[in-house]
Ligand binder design. Sequence first.
Ligand code: 13P
Ligand code: ZN
Length: 265
Amino acid sequence: MSNLDVDNSVPFAEQFQNIAHWLAIKGWSEAAGGNMSIRLDTPTDISETTFIPLPVSVPYLAGKALMVTGSGTRCRDIATDPTSDIGLYKIGASGEDYCWLAGNQKPTMELPAHCAIHNTLAEHRPEDIAILHTHPANLIALCHLPEFIDGTSISKRILSLQSEARLHLPEGIGFVEHELPGSLVLGLKSAEQVKKHQLVLWQYHGCLATGNSLSHAFDLLEVFDKCAEIFWKLQAAGIDPKGIAEDTIKETLKSFGQLDRYPKQ
Ligand code: 13P
Ligand code: ZN
């Protein structure tokens, strides 16, 4: 059942539909790969149902609501009709439990990560209300090169391949080594990374993006994916790119007032 289309969550449902379309077109979300969520800060008056314990305590989400894609749902289906594939949930006043309100009733297996990350965002970067996780091949392929085992090496090498990439991502890319999909530890490590990074690469698995909308999170993924695509094109041509010099990157960030966000080396 669904009453997503009769309350004020409709604009968010449209965001899911629009971004699911682009994820499907990009080929980033094979089968049911990937998931999305949006935090709603204003209380909803939809009747509560039975509360279920959360795998993680989320005090900064107490009383708020989350719209979350359902487990096993496909982007190509969400793009056609989002109402049955997205669920609306309310976090209890204690921040320890949640209840279903409307729409899909089986949230993504990455619910522990979405909850842990939203909790950190609500505390540290409240303007970022959207989380997008997907599986872009250009990004996963980077994890199979032994030199890319942390966010610093990936950020320096890959984001230096296009002149505006660091303007979108001054803080660079966060990184979490391989953890079990759907695990709480994956969520907790990601939540730590989003304090400083809007993109977090999940080793061998995919990427996670945050933004002030799903479209904004998608923008950042596109920037990272474009840089990785440039890297793989050059590698395929037998070229090992050195990238733009760090001084030039700093000069660019400085002229756009973003240098303070670039990590001190
Ligand atoms: P869900 O279909 O449960 O969201 O899982 C997809 C996925 O990508 C898990 O990491
Ligand atoms: Zn995944």
